[in-house]
Design a protein around this ligand. Structure first.
Ligand code: DX5
Ligand code: ZN
Length: 217
């Protein structure tokens, strides 16, 4: 089994102490940055300036998860901010391929995300372009929601589709992951675990250590 990676989502961190939050998770594998526009999802979060600050305040790979309508309008801003991987939702644009091309032209990792209700079949014509598949296990927009149990089967299906291909595609799962369910999600096939509230809600440092221990056991 490939090594499991942990990607803390700073959405759940206290913005007043973002630098401290980054310091607490400096041993993580990557950072997950949730960008929300109040249109594609009901919530508004952060923009390129925060991505840029995270790049300055951390040595970790930054994966920018764009939950915004027509993300191709802002891809260049998030590239300039220093994103190493940018993840686009197939549901957010009629021109997903345009976005993929822009990422490739700029040497930025291509992430593709699917909402819980979007079938894996939409990936049929773009599998070869994907570096990271981010399966949402909650309806995107807010941290702290419950993991949707039906997503376990989707993770298993995605795992077997990925394993049947030559290209190595990272399988990331996002939403509702905590110490209690993380092992089951890894066993289903996830290799990047995105977690916000399980890591950052109070007792920052302690939660991170406990989550990491459980995930990597
Ligand atoms: C939800 C975001 C997630 C969120 C996860 O729309 O994409 O990355 O931060 O938060 P938790 O781990 O609290 O579900
Ligand atoms: Zn996310």
């Amino acid at each position: 089994m490939d090594q499991v990676k942990i990607a803390p989502s700073i959405l759940a961190a206290d913005p007043l102490f973002l630098g401290q939050a980054l310091e607490n998770v400096k041993d993580a594998d990557m950072l997950h940055l949730d960008i929300m526009d109040g249109h594609f999802v009901p919530n508004i979060s952060m923009g390129p300036a925060v991505v840029e600050a995270c790049k300055r305040g951390s040595n970790l790979i930054c994966e920018t998860h764009l939950m915004i309508e027509k993300p191709e309008r802002y891809i260049s801003d998030f590239i300039s901010a220093g994103s190493d991987i940018i993840t686009l939702h197939v549901e957010s644009t009629p021109h997903i391929y345009k976005g993929i091309q822009e990422l490739k032209e700029n040497g930025v990792g291509v992430g593709i995300s699917l909402n819980p209700g979007t079938p894996l079949g939409v990936l049929d014509s773009i599998w070869n372009e994907i570096d990271l598949l981010l399966l949402m296990a909650v309806n995107p927009g807010f941290g702290g929601q419950a993991f949707i149990p039906a997503m376990l089967e989707k993770i298993r299906e995605a795992r077997s589709l990925i394993d049947s291909r030559e290209k190595n595609i990272e399988l990331a799962v996002d939403g509702g992951i905590n110490r209690e369910n993380v092992r089951e999600i890894i066993e289903a096939g996830a290799r990047i675990i995105v977690a916000g509230s399980a890591i950052f809600s109070e007792n920052n440092g302690e939660n991170w250590e406990a989550f990491r221990k459980k995930t990597l056991e």
